[in-house]
Structure formats: C-alpha cells, structure tokens
Design a protein around this ligand. Structure first.
Ligand code: HMG
Ligand code: MG
Length: 297
C-alpha cells in the first residue's frame, strides 16, 4: 500500500500529556499552551477531561481552560468524558467534540475507569445518545491494544471486538492506544489488519506512547497499513496515571518531522510547535522529550 498524501495530527498534550503531572499547572499556562498549539496549524486539540477530580486532579480545571482558550475556526477542541456526568460537564463548558475511552484489557478497565469493559460500553450508550442529540461528535479510544501493564500480551481479536463495539455505538473514529508503548511494527501491522476487518482504515487512528522508543516505527508501520490519523503530544509529555512506567506519547514535533520528510501534508508549522513545546517545558521545569526539538535547540 502506498503512503497517504496527507495526515491529520491529533494533539493530545494538554490532556494525555498533562494529566499525569503531579505539580499543579495553572489554568493560564494551559490556555497559553493550547493557543500556541492552535496557532501552529494543528486542526485537533484535546484540551482536557471531564473525569472525577479525585481520580485525575490535574484535569479538574478543564471547564476553565475551555472558557479561556481562543477557539479558531476549523480547529476541533475536544474533551474526554467517561460517563454521562462527564458529558454534562462538557456540554456546560460548550464542548463540541468528546472522546469516550474503553480498554482491551479487563484489569486496565477496572483500574482506569472502575468498571468492566462490558459495563463501560453500557455506560457509553447514553453518552453517545445525548452527544448525538446535542450535535456533538464522539471519538472512541481503545487502550492497551499492544499490551497491558497488568495482563501482558493482548490478542488483536480482543482489541478488534472492543473497537467494533465503539464504532457500532456511533464513534466516528476509533483511536488504537498503545498505552504503555510496548508494541513493535510487526505487531502493529497485525493489529491493524485484524481491526480493519470490521472498521474501515480511514476510521482508525494510531495513539502510540513511546516508552520503548518504538512509536515512530509503529507510526510508519501504520502508514503502510493505510492509517492517516495519529495522536501525539507536544514535547512528548505525559503518561497514564493508571499505567505504571508508561511515558509520554510520541512527540508531535517528531511525528511532524517524519511526515515532512516523507512529503506528507499536515498543515502544521514545525517552528511554531517547537516554540509551544519550549514554553510548556519551561513551565514544568523539564527538558523536552522531543528529539527534533532537542536537535534544533
Ligand atoms: P467511580 O468512583 O466508579 O464513579 O469512578 P462513581 O460514578 O461511583 O462516582 C463517584 C464520585 O465521582 C461521585 O462523587 C461522582 O459524582 C463523581 P461523590 O458523590 O463521591 O462526591 N464523578 C465525577 N466527577 C466529575 N466528573 C465525572 C464524574 N463521574 C463521577 N465524569 C470514573 C468512575 C470513570 C468517574 C473514574 O474512574 C474516573 O474519573 N476515571 C478517569 C480515569 C482517567 O481519566 N484516566 C486517564 C485517561 S485514559 C488514558 O489516558 C488512555 C488514553 O490516552 C489512550 C491510551 O493511551 O491508551 C485515552
Ligand atoms: Mg494515551
């Protein structure tokens, strides 16, 4: 299969990147980051989540962040919502796109959202109904698609079954999450081939954490499998609070460099991304996780 001519980058840094940070990050710092990301040409930014503040304290200010950002035409500003209460919070904050998240592993589902996979799917039914009634688009995530921190290997068929449930419920796109960043390109290709039996490839996205340094290789493998939407995090920030040892998503700057080198259109400006990454890293007092940003310092 030939490479796509364009790719859509889904920026998850303000949510997946920051959710794991222990130090408090001010609402204004988050707003500034999101405005910079918008200005770089990114078309999709995951701004925050409407989850329990007891579970993920860092996301507690998401409504204030939504109220403060400058929303550009043509850019999607999305939030994670695990249940109806989350969706109601998102609606009150004027959110126009949400994401629901299920897991391919029972143990991870319990640790992350305190219910079984089947219960989570049942919870999403009214979420999707209300979202549809409000004209809100819903994206779906499946976590632990290439391995689970509690169960180890996960069968591609199990991922395919959960992805199919989300797609059938009405998620317009399903993002396949290598939550702990353990997968390698051969596994990635087999996974996509299995999931794509039931879901068209243009309705799938790749969400690779870079724990084992395999994320860019997995993205390239996904491109060869006909995937053209990728989630990434500015400066490679992040991890998941319920997946010990999981590092950040692949850095957006590094994915962009790869796409630029392959001649694949994204509409995103690398200089602007590097500046946004430098800004949030100075807030966090941390070196960037982006190899490209480091090389260009
Ligand atoms: P629970 O404790 O089972 O919920 O948590 P509950 O329904 O029993 O309610 C308990 C309390 O939480 C109640 O408050 C509710 O009102 C409140 P109380 O009466 O005790 O004062 N509550 C909420 N508050 C705010 N917003 C809500 C909400 N829901 C209930 N939406 C729950 C279940 C799902 C809420 C909890 O487990 C939770 O919030 N989990 C979130 C976990 C999370 O955000 N994980 C990180 C994101 S997933 C990820 O990173 C993976 C991804 O990147 C892809 C990949 O990498 O693979 C997407
Ligand atoms: Mg993630």
């Amino acid at each position: 299969m030939s490479l796509p001519s364009s790719v859509r980058l889904v920026e998850v840094g303000p949510r997946d990147g920051l959710q794991n940070e222990k130090q408090p990050i001010g609402v204004n710092d988050k707003i500034h980051l999101i405005n910079q990301l918008s200005a770089s040409g990114l078309g999709y930014i995951e701004v925050g989540s409407f989850v329990s503040p007891q579970w993920v304290p860092q996301m507690a200010g998401s409504a204030e962040v939504f109220a403060g950002i400058e929303q550009r035409d043509g850019v999607i500003y999305a939030a994670l919502t695990p249940n109806l209460k989350g969706l109601e919070g998102a609606i009150a904050a004027g959110v126009k796109e949400i994401a629901v998240f299920a897991a391919a592993s029972e143990s991870f589902s319990q640790r992350n959202i305190n219910c079984s996979i089947a219960q989570s799917i049942q919870r999403f039914v009214p979420v999707l109904e209300l979202a549809k009634a409000q004209g809100i688009n819903v994206r779906g995530y499946v976590s632990c698609v290439l391995g689970c921190p509690y169960e180890g290997a996960i069968a591609p068929e199990q991922v395919a079954a959960v992805a199919r449930e989300l797609y059938t419920l009405g998620c317009y796109e399903v993002s396949l999450g290598d939550t702990i960043g353990v997968g390698t390109p051969g596994q990635t290709r087999r996974l996509i081939e299995t999931v794509a039996v039931d879901i068209p490839r243009d309705k799938l996205a790749g969400h690779f954490h870079d724990t084992y340094g395999q994320a860019l290789a997995n993205i390239y493998a996904s491109l060869l499998e006909g995937i053209s939407v990728f989630d990434s995090s500015i400066a490679g920030l992040g991890g998941c609070p319920y997946a010990k040892g999981a590092t950040g998503n692949v850095a957006t700057e590094d994915v962009l460099y790869l796409m630029n080198g392959l001649g694949i259109e994204t509409g995103v400006k690398l200089d602007a991304l590097i500046e946004a990454g430098a800004g949030i890293c100075s807030v966090l007092g941390r070196e960037t996780g982006s190899r490209v940003a480091r090389a260009q310092q």
